[in-house]
Design a protein around this ligand. Structure first.
Ligand code: B4P
Length: 198
């Protein structure tokens, strides 16, 4: 299986690039943001709880998120692989993902992180806020989401760095240019890493 973690700050293009990667590699897309937004739209108990947290730009509890991921893994365990989009966002989530994949004799292939400066993130998300009306795409919440990312989520890269699985990619430029960079990194990685390592 090819199991890719697509990583980066809010607005770095994770969801955007995930769509293109799914098309090319036929992977199963797991976006914790999308899963949570579905719960919010359906006004489930979990959704009502999550909405407050998401609107403040904070992270939903590890327990909730990990439960959702385990359900999805079980549902698609015979598939060609996964794109994890917006997950893991804490080191605890990364550890739990490792445990869950091990249950299926699988592992994360690589973590691709998109590098984009804060001014550009703000610009992209404010634009999306105007166009799509997402309630967490306003200036105050965006700034908090980026702060939370720097404080709680960046350490996830160190976790994968230790396993030589962290691959940074420049997230500035056109969507197609960034996609080409990502594909090149996947191809390079597959060439130099034999299955069964780590
Ligand atoms: P997410 O849904 O993951 O939201 P996001 O970080 O903003 O990324 P998204 O994928 O939507 O946007 P993208 O960068 O593609 O999370 C939302 C909230 O859910 C979190 O704040 C948290 O509360 C909760 N949550 C989610 N996962 C969690 C977890 N694991 N643990 C705890 N809580 C969790 O794109 C942004 C915009 O940029 C788009 O409009 C796009 O069109 C544009 N764009 C993309 N690439 C571009 C480019 N190259 N140039 C110009 N614009 C570009």
């Amino acid at each position: 299986m090819l199991n890719i973690v697509l990583f980066g700050p809010p607005g770095s293009g994770k969801g955007t690039q995930a769509e293109k990667l799914i098309e090319k590699y036929n992977l199963v897309h797991i976006s914790t943001g999308d899963l949570l937004r579905t719960e919010v739209a359906e006004q489930t108990k979990l959704g009502l709880e999550a909405k407050k947290i998401m609107d403040a730009g904070e992270l939903v509890s590890d327990e909730i998120v990990i439960g959702m991921i385990r359900n999805k893994l079980e549902e698609h365990k015979d598939g060609p692989g996964f794109i994890f989009d917006g997950f893991p966002r804490t080191v605890e989530q990364a550890r739990e993902l490792r445990k869950a994949l091990t249950d299926y004799d699988e592992r994360v292939t690589m973590l691709i992180s998109l590098d984009v400066p804060r001014e550009e993130l703000l610009k992209r998300l404010l634009k999306r806020g105007e166009e799509m009306g997402r309630s967490d795409d306003n200036e105050e919440t965006i700034n908090n989401r980026i702060d939370v990312y720097e404080r709680q989520t960046v350490p996830v890269t160190y976790y994968y760095e230790k396993m030589h699985k962290h691959v940074p990619v420049n997230g500035m430029g056109t969507i197609d240019d960034i996609f080409k960079r990502i594909v090149k990194e996947i191809e390079n990685f597959e060439k130099f890493h034999q299955p069964g390592q780590n």
